[in-house]
Write a protein that binds this ligand. Structure first.
Ligand code: COA
Length: 270
């Protein structure tokens, strides 16, 4: 139920209320949706919980320990907003037609899903599971590079000298692995990081440490990208409100570079 359903798409106050409701509900929808998928009953959110605590409580069905909450909270914070990334840009394009804020968020989610963007965290985890052990890592990455495979969770359009979000989350993720007596993912990561830097001058992006950190926290791989969404809706909503406050249609020009002045060939002669 949306009490602001009939509000104009440029009504600032209504948009802020919509944004607050989306940010508040996104994690609950994903975590309780997961419970329902597992044949479990949805749980009531606890108002005293932070967003991170609440998500983990709903997903696990019990209170999470402080280290888990700290890491998960850090990942949500790092994922929450990242200027004109593909999905936020797509969200702004949608609302710039004076469509509504919800449609902008849906556009953003559809764009985030791809493996070159938010879907990279799930793909990075599949890759780490395929590699399996630190002993396999060097041969695996050598083979992948020789076959011109993309190594998911590495590279970034903007950060050519390293993703500051990844540096922070890598520290937490590797410490978590050691703390849980499962340092193997961190050791595989060390080999991939070194090789990718030496051979391709590429650094890990935030999706790489997020992948094995979530795995170590017991989060199912299929929730990684939806979790990214629960954080990034804050960024989408803020951008959408800003766009609608001072709107102009976003309509890039295309420059035609094909052949010109071609003779017309009738259909029958083609
Ligand atoms: C994020 C990404 C799309 C940025 O792309 P981009 O800015 O267009 O980077 P480029 O395609 O110009 O990359 C330059 C070179 O590095 C290579 N490269 C980039 N990322 C690579 C990766 N993850 N693994 C292997 N090679 C990679 C490209 O193939 C290209 O090589 P070439 O010059 O021999 O063709 C890209 O790095 C990528 O696909 N990464 C994996 C997916 C991912 O982790 N996405 C999450 C981003 S936060």
């Amino acid at each position: 139920f949306d009490p602001d359903y009939d509000a104009s798409s440029t009504d600032h106050d209504a948009n802020v209320r919509k944004a607050e409701r989306i940010v508040a509900k996104a994690g609950t929808m994903v975590a309780n949706g997961y419970r329902i998928q597992q044949g479990k009953q949805p749980l009531e959110s606890k108002p005293e919980h932070t967003t991170a605590q609440n998500f983990l409580y709903l997903m696990l069905g019990e209170e999470a320990d402080p280290q888990t909450v700290e890491l998960f909270d850090a990942s949500l914070t790092l994922y929450a907003e990242h200027t004109f990334n593909a999905s936020t840009f797509a969200c702004r394009v949608t609302v710039a037609t004076l469509s509504d804020l919800y449609s902008g968020i849906v556009t953003g989610i559809g764009t985030l899903r791809g493996p070159l963007h938010g879907g990279a965290n799930e793909e990075a985890m599949k890759m780490l599971l395929e590699i399996g052990t630190p002993e396999n890592a060097q041969a695996w990455v050598d083979d992948a590079l020789a076959n011109k495979k993309k190594i998911m969770g590495f590279g970034h359009r903007e950060y050519k000298k390293g993703d500051s979000r990844a540096i922070y989350l890598t520290r937490l993720a590797k410490a978590l692995g050691i703390g849980k007596g499962k340092p193997e993912f961190g050791q595989v990561a060390d080999i991939l990081e070194k090789t990718m830097l030496e051979r391709k001058n590429l650094h890990p992006n935030v999706d790489f440490p997020a992948a094995y950190a979530y795995y170590l926290l017991g989060i199912p791989t299929e929730l990684y990208t939806p979790i990214f969404v629960t954080a990034r809706v804050a960024g989408y909503a803020a951008h959408a409100v800003e766009q609608l406050d001072n709107n102009r249609l976003i309509r890039p020009k295309a420059i035609y570079e094909g052949s010109r002045n071609l003779p017309y060939v009738p259909l029958a002669d083609r």
